[in-house]
Design a protein around this ligand. Structure first.
Ligand SMILES: Cc1cc2nc3c(=O)[nH]c(=O)nc-3n(C[C@H](O)[C@H](O)[C@H](O)COP(=O)(O)OP(=O)(O)OC[C@H]3O[C@@H](n4cnc5c(N)ncnc54)[C@H](O)[C@@H]3O)c2cc1C
Length: 375
């Protein structure tokens, strides 16, 4: 039962954003910056933002050599170039907007490790460098002269360096977004789940976790930024969830002989050093069908694959124990580009960020806020 005061002050907004991940918070910040007097509410079902944005690996990346080559099977060269440019521009923007310190950004380069069967990718390296020169003005990829210095197994035949990639702490990035939004006067409600959105009237029905009481908020505009969890609020959404697993080791005795953001297997697997530990993740391509889920569970086939990679390829012959594991859910579709579109008189969405939300989340949120301004 609500009071007169609650009804008058807490339920009506100029913009309601559902989802407080990179995209939702970026949309709220950019909208509030443009419309200083607007009342903006962000609602998230987690106690803190608990989608992919707080569960990812923190790679500030835009595509490894074999991933870019793989994209040519489904995209034109111009589309591939646009995708890389969008990701790289996004990374440049967040570093400028929040600063490397706030993001805990480290520029330690990106690398890709190649086994015998991927070596032919090196033949196309000069062509890819030539294509990417339009964006970077310099050569992006180079072959590391002495790959044995990393201490990987002998199955690693070559290592390709990418001098434009780095790493960040995704929780620190979310904190920076959260603080910026709060500083601008954006109201953030956490632990509240949106159960229904009326796309034409801007009515947003929400309930507190575990409680049956339903609150009806009304927005002049509503933004749905729930990425992999969008089906419920927009049943026609052309999205497919894709789960990702991350394993984090205990600190590695004797230290780690490399630093940087490493990729393998067309970007499906990735690893980096985090405070003396190995963070290793991905490999959903080892059981694609089962990983098309929004359930936060660990698939033993994938865990086993990653575990073997760690023991046999990354740290052969060295003891390694896992300290933590977690999963997060991404959203994919037939195209690698995000969906930013109006879906009702008062509602627009920005979803399907794939595995690159660190790079593109801010820009996607900004584009959504521009679209919302015109509604
Ligand atoms: C394991 C893993 C590793 C990854 N590694 C990288 C990486 O290294 N680099 C990179 O660029 N990208 C990476 N990604 C992808 C990146 O994390 C995502 O693209 C990005 O976080 C998407 O952000 P988002 O804000 O669109 O969605 P999300 O972060 O998923 O946010 C959606 C939010 O909506 C909320 N929500 C959902 N339903 C409701 C509801 N009904 N009511 C209220 N709130 C709701 C959720 O709680 C969540 O906070 C990775 C993803 C995973 C899972």
């Amino acid at each position: 039962m609500l009071s007169f005061w609650e009804q008058k002050n807490f339920l009506n907004y100029d913009l309601i954003v559902v989802g407080a991940g990179f995209t939702g918070l970026s949309a709220a910040i950019n909208f509030k910056k443009k419309h200083k007097k607007a009342k903006v509410l962000v609602i998230d079902r987690g106690v803190f933002p608990s989608g992919a944005s707080s569960k990812n690996a923190g790679f500030a990346c835009f595509g490894s050599l074999t991933e870019i080559l793989d994209d040519f099977w489904s995209m034109t060269p111009d589309e591939v170039l646009q995708l890389v440019e969008k990701r790289y521009t996004g990374l440049t923007q967040i570093r400028k907007q929040f600063g490397d310190q706030a993001l805990r950004y480290q520029h330690r380069n990106g690398y890709e490790i190649l086994g015998e069967e991927q070596l032919e990718a090196l033949e196309q390296l000069p062509d890819i460098n030539h294509l990417l020169k339009k964006i970077f003005k310099k050569e992006v990829f180079s072959v590391v002269k002495d790959p044995s210095k990393f201490g990987f197994s002998e199955t690693v035949k070559a290592v390709v360096k990418n001098r434009f990639e780095g790493e960040l702490d995704p929780g620190a990035y979310l904190n920076a977004l959260w603080e910026k939004a709060s500083g601008l006067g954006v109201r953030i409600l956490s632990g509240v789940s949106v159960v229904e959105v009326n796309h034409e009237e801007g009515r947003v029905l929400a309930e507190k976790k575990g409680k049956k009481e339903i609150f009806e908020f009304v927005g002049e505009r509503v933004a749905i930024c729930t990425n992999a969890f969008t089906q419920k609020l927009w049943p026609a959404s052309p999205l497919e969830p894709g789960r990702g697993l991350i394993l984090l080791s205990k600190p590695i005795a004797g230290g780690i002989p490399w630093k940087g953001a490493f990729h393998l297997d067309r970007g499906y697997v990735y690893f980096r050093e985090v405070e003396g530990r190995l963070l290793l993740g991905g490999a959903r391509n080892k059981d694609f069908e089962k990983e098309k889920t929004t359930e936060f569970e660990v698939n033993p086939i994938i865990k086993d694959h990653l575990n073997r990679l760690a023991q046999e390829v990354i740290f052969p012959g060295r003891p390694l124990e896992w300290e933590m594991e977690w999963t997060g859910i991404m959203a994919f579709g037939t195209k690698k580009s995000p969906i930013i579109q109006q879906i009702g008189k008062k509602t627009a969405v920005a979803v399907r960020l794939g595995g690159m939300g660190v790079a593109i989340g801010w820009q996607v949120g900004k584009e959504l806020s521009e679209l919302l301004s015109d509604l």
